[in-house]
Design a protein around this ligand. Structure first.
Ligand code: NDP
Ligand code: HEM
Length: 488
């Protein structure tokens, strides 16, 4: 008696899956043992390239529920009051490889795919409202400082602090990273942010600039450096265990969805560029407006198929939602689909987890792994325009024209930008205890960094607030004191 027969990939039953085919019991093996060859060949292809950044991740499916009417800002159907839209949310760390420990100090990715009735909308954000750079030309350089040193193959604090101290626009994000929120306990206890400025367009063709916020309903919980070391000593998979376990137990985490809205022409008069990714829009100027909430309520049934093969791209927008002049966003519009074609292949968007849940009608044809319908139902409509009833453009989805001007040049992105005021506002929010932890986290991360780089970084912290620089100096002295004590 046996169960369902194992088959080859061509479907033929396999009689023996325990013993290779050999000439005599002691071997050697025969080349015609196709089953063995197929098994080994498939194993050699089980891994695909990991994401170049955000390689370690955890995700789940859920729903967006819209509870408030924001139709005066957008005609996007995904925001129709009372509507529900299925979604996928993948969290990640940025720098660690696929095997990295979850509870490391790092920014967390917060990547959403909304399967809307008008196409997939991907909002590929982080758990921070700002980023380290404002010009995308610096992204590969920045990421090199977070990854491994080419010779030692070790992560390098010297590289990180060298780059940050030469790039004052990073100070805001560095302050967040080194604060308590730099190590959330798990994905449920942190906020998400779209970070970039996007645009909304309403039914009258009016454009508004928008920032998206996802506020945890579970509250903020984070780990100190010592607590995270203890967690990592116990398990490298603390986020996967917590997220998967919570959802499996029927406790469904939620985040309130809110937006900040800026009328299109305000962008000409704000004292800071609203398209600068290193800046927030102060809530006092642009208050949070309620939209609804997202809930995660279903674990993936297959991690590789549904989470590892998930492909998010900021270029996936839907009618009523648009881009903005933010230079980093502009570069990301190119980068992600390019990464997916390399990591997953030409037809990555047809993989079940990435496939829209609405009709898809385009004229792209063929290509490797074209495993789905090639529009046989209308075989004459394989170019456009055509006389055979193929899909046509829909002018009602046009965006209003965007006013732009300026001479083409490589503008110094540091000219006229205040990199200190917003980190100052954040530093001022912290309690005495939060500040003490911030200073000691920074001091700890500077261990082994050459003095001239530390001094350059301290100069920037002094400009944010002399108390910030002095706090770090005191923490550095305390760390040196403890090291000397330990060596006696
Ligand atoms: P508000 O006092 O209105 O808001 C302060 C914000 O800071 C809240 O959103 C709060 O998040 C958040 N916050 C608290 N602790 C931390 C932390 N350790 N890391 C990151 N964020 C934290 O002030 P403003 O809007 O005038 O902004 C002041 C500063 O607050 C900004 O310079 C920026 O650094 C930070 N901030 C501002 C945001 C914005 O969109 N305006 C968003 C997030 C941070 P929560 O409500 O979840 O507790
Ligand atoms: C992942 C590029 C900035 C959030 C990635 C990937 C690339 C990339 C190539 C891997 C994609 C994949 O293989 O699936 C860039 C570039 C940036 C940039 C070129 C700037 C110039 C940002 C910013 C944010 C962000 C500012 C957040 C606000 C993410 C997230 C992921 C990711 C969340 C993981 C998505 C997932 O879960 O699959 N990025 N990135 N990135 N990036 Fe960026």
């Amino acid at each position: 008696m046996h169960g369902t027969p194992i088959t080859t990939t061509a479907g033929a039953p396999i009689a023996d899956n325990q013993n290779s085919l050999s000439a005599g019991p002691r071997g050697p093996l025969l080349m015609q043992d196709w089953q063995l060859i197929e098994k080994l060949a498939h194993q050699n292809r089980e891994r695909i390239p990991e994401r170049v950044v955000h390689a370690k991740g955890w995700g789940a499916f859920g729903t967006l529920t819209v509870t408030h009417d924001i139709s005066k800002y957008t005609r996007a159907r995904v925001f129709e009051s009372g509507s529900q839209t299925p979604l996928l949310l993948r969290f990640s760390t940025v720098a660690g490889e696929m095997g990295a420990a979850d509870a490391e100090r790092d920014v967390r990715g917060f990547a959403l795919k909304f399967y809307t009735s008008e196409g997939n909308w991907d909002l590929v954000g982080n758990n921070t409202p700002v980023f380290f750079i404002r010009d995308p030309l610096k992204f590969p350089d920045f990421i090199h400082t977070q990854k491994r040193h080419p010779r030692t193959n070790l992560r390098s604090s010297t590289a990180a602090w060298d780059f940050w101290s030469l790039s004052p626009e990073a100070l805001h994000q560095v302050t967040i990273l080194m604060s308590d929120r730099g190590i959330p306990t798990d994905p449920m206890h942190m906020n998400g942010y779209g970070s970039h400025t996007y645009s909304l367009v309403n039914a009258d063709g009016e454009r508004f600039w928008v920032k998206f916020h996802f506020k945890t309903q579970q509250g903020h919980k984070h780990l100190t450096n010592a607590e995270s070391s203890a967690v990592i000593g116990q398990t490298r998979e603390s986020y996967q265990e917590a997220l998967f376990g919570t959802i499996e137990n029927g406790q469904f985490p939620r985040w309130d969805v809110k937006v900040q809205i800026m009328p299109e022409l305000d962008a000409d008069t704000t004292p800071y560029s609203p398209f600068d990714l290193t800046k927030v829009w102060p809530h006092g100027d642009y208050p949070l407006i309620d939209v609804g909430f997202i809930e995660l309520n279903r674990n993936a049934s297959n991690y590789f198929a549904e989470i590892e093969q998930a492909a998010f791209s900021p270029s996936n927008i839907v009618p009523g939602i648009g881009f903005s002049p933010d230079k980093v966003l502009q570069a990301r519009l190119f980068s992600y689909a390019d990464a997916h074609r390399y990591r997953l292949g030409t037809h990555y968007e047809a993989l079940p987890v990435n496939a829209p849940k609405c009709p898809v009608n385009h004229y792209h044809r063929d290509g490797s792994m074209r495993f789905f319908d090639n529009f046989q139902s209308n075989p004459n409509a394989y170019y456009e325009p055509n006389s055979f009833g193929g899909p046509t453009q829909a002018p009602e989805y046009r965006e209003p024209p965007l006013r732009i001007s300026g001479d083409a040049d490589r503008y110094n992105h540091r000219d006229g930008n205040d990199d200190y005021a917003q980190p100052r506002a954040l530093h001022a929010l912290f309690t005495t205890e939060q500040k003490a932890r911030l200073y000691s986290n920074i001091a700890a991360s500077m261990a082994g960094v050459p003095d001239f780089i530390v001094e350059r970084a301290l100069g920037h912290f002094d400009r944010i607030d002399p108390a910030y620089g002095d706090g770090i100096r005191a923490a550095l002295d305390a760390a040196k004191g403890s090291a000397a004590e330990a060596n006696r």
